[in-house]
Design a protein around this ligand. Structure first.
Ligand SMILES: Cc1cc2nc3c(=O)[nH]c(=O)nc-3n(C[C@H](O)[C@H](O)[C@H](O)COP(=O)(O)OP(=O)(O)OC[C@H]3O[C@@H](n4cnc5c(N)ncnc54)[C@H](O)[C@@H]3O)c2cc1C
Length: 448
């Protein structure tokens, strides 16, 4: 079986896969290859990580192959995790997974500000597409990045940091793999903190629309899970930050006392769940982070899926659209208005908030956003038909698609949504004049 992404709808066959063990070996591969693409954990749903090749659910499409095209995995690269407590930063390999990094950080008594739903993705792969969690005050994962080390197209090493490289740095973090191989990343860290997670069931849609801001600001991180079958949100997940967990080296168990948050049994008409729940009705909660207010460490509650869990089967396709926060309610209502067209194609939807940032290609560039996500059953023909309807419904709301998920918006519409796109193109050309790190996806959506 060929190398594929998590959802097995994209094949990575167009070049030779390299797993260099040293930086020098990686630099040599980059120098001698005509095209290079880094593979992270291969959790993107589109061809962002492919040199060539588009969505191909049944694996029958022809893929162009070239001997001088290289896929690179950083899995084997020897790269230690280094903490700088004075500066409040951690430096790690771009290829490390959040699961591994969070575990190392927690043992050191420190934390990240936020995580995605699952810990199995790599730090560089996630930041390259502006992957996010939730929380009104939480920027996406790339907003934690304060330093980068990149192997450029000529094989030379370039370092960039927030303090000295200002604007260029802001264009380099969410870069869709276009600037080079991100080998090392420095991230801002916080003192380790404890959290308690609570789920409420059956929030009436009317109550959501009336109280959207209050509900989304009701905890450090809030997720809404509607399946759009009825006029309600099936589940609301509140992840409350409850306290600090102690200093360096003492993060393991310190501070895990339950805190009485005085939460009511009913909130805006939704009822406190009586047991742990999976967002997809009826699925087992095995592998999910613990709910019901049981205290736990930040990385054991911010993710929806536990670090040592095996992620769901891959039997799904995902899309997600971001709109500025001020459009949240009419945008969600516009999606709800289409529900009869898609509700039977879904596993579940998720609605989250992301704080504004300055990263040129971030979906939250210049504005706080609301992400409206769809986990579709794996029926590509049906998903391909329904995506344009959702996109059309969201078009009046300055919609931006998730760079790592499926969408059918035209390159023109995508490009028009990013005011700094021309700056990114100029930066990409200056670092990679021959287009070694450009792939079909970048050529279509950024340069097309
Ligand atoms: C089950 C599931 C749950 C998900 N949950 C969320 C979620 O909660 N929030 C969210 O926003 N997204 C979510 N996603 C989407 C996912 O986080 C993004 O697609 C993310 O980019 C995947 O990271 P990855 O390590 O798999 O990178 P890949 O998909 O392998 O690569 C992504 C991009 O980064 C580039 N890249 C990777 N590593 C490097 C590097 N070292 N240097 C330069 N370029 C690099 C690749 O070439 C590609 O362009 C989910 C996906 C799945 C499958």
């Amino acid at each position: 079986m060929s190398l594929r992404n998590w959802s097995e709808n994209i094949r990575f066959e167009s070049g030779t896969l390299h797993t260099p063990r040293t930086l020098e070996a990686l630099q040599e591969i980059v120098r001698r290859s005509r095209k290079v693409r880094v593979l992270g954990a291969r959790h993107s749903f589109n061809d962002a990580a492919a040199i060539d090749g588009q969505v191909d659910v049944d694996g029958t499409q022809e893929v162009t192959r070239e001997a001088s095209w290289a896929y690179v995995s950083l899995e084997g690269l020897d790269a230690p995790v280094a903490f700088d407590h004075e500066r409040g930063t951690v430096t790690c390999s771009g290829g490390i997974t959040y699961g591994e990094l969070c575990t190392r950080m927690h043992a050191e008594g420190v934390a990240l500000h936020n995580t995605a739903s699952l810990p199995h993705i790599t730090v560089a792969g996630a930041c390259s597409t502006a992957t996010h969690g939730s929380g009104d005050s939480n920027g996406n994962l790339a907003t934690a990045v304060v330093g980068l080390e990149i192997v450029r197209a000529d094989g030379e090493l370039k370092t960039l940091n927030l303090e000295e490289d200002g604007e260029i740095f802001e264009g380099s973090v969410v870069a869709l793999g276009g600037l080079g191989v991100v080998t090392r990343m420095t991230l801002a860290m916080l003192p380790a903190f404890s959290m308690q997670q609570y789920v409420y069931e059956d929030l009436p849609s009317a109550a959501l629309y009336e109280n959207f801001d209050e509900i989304m600001s009701g905890a450090y991180s809030v997720s809404l899970f509607p399946d759009w079958q009825e006029d309600k949100v099936n589940q609301v997940w509140f992840k409350h930050r409850t306290g600090l967990m102690g200093g360096s080296g003492s993060g393991e168990q310190a501070g895990l006392e339950p805190v009485d948050l005085g939460l009511p049994s009913e909130l805006y008409g939704a009822k406190a769940a009586a047991t742990d729940l999976h967002p997809v009705p009826g699925l087992s909660t095995e592998g999910l982070t613990v709910q019901m207010g049981v205290p736990g460490a930040w990385h054991d509650r911010l993710h929806h899926f536990q670090i040592d869990s095996t992620p769901a089967s891959g039997d799904e396709l995902q899309t997600e659209y971001f709109v500025p926060r001020r459009h949240a309610v009419p945008a969600v209502q516009a999606v709800e208005g289409l529900r009869d067209r898609f509700k039977d194609m879904l596993w579940i939807s998720e609605i989250r908030t992301v704080a504004a940032d300055r990263l040129w290609l971030s979906q939250s560039y210049g504005t706080p956003t609301v992400g409206i996500h769809f986990s579709w059953r794996k029926n590509w023909a049906a998903v391909r038909e329904v995506m344009p309807l959702v996109e059309e419904a969201l078009a009046p709301f300055e919609v931006r698609p998730h760079w790592g998920k499926l969408f059918t918006m035209s390159p023109e519409a995508v490009q028009a949504a990013y005011p700094r796109l021309a700056d990114y193109k100029a930066l990409q050309r200056s670092m990679d004049p021959k287009g070694k790190f450009r792939n079909g996806y970048l050529d279509r959506f950024v340069f097309g």
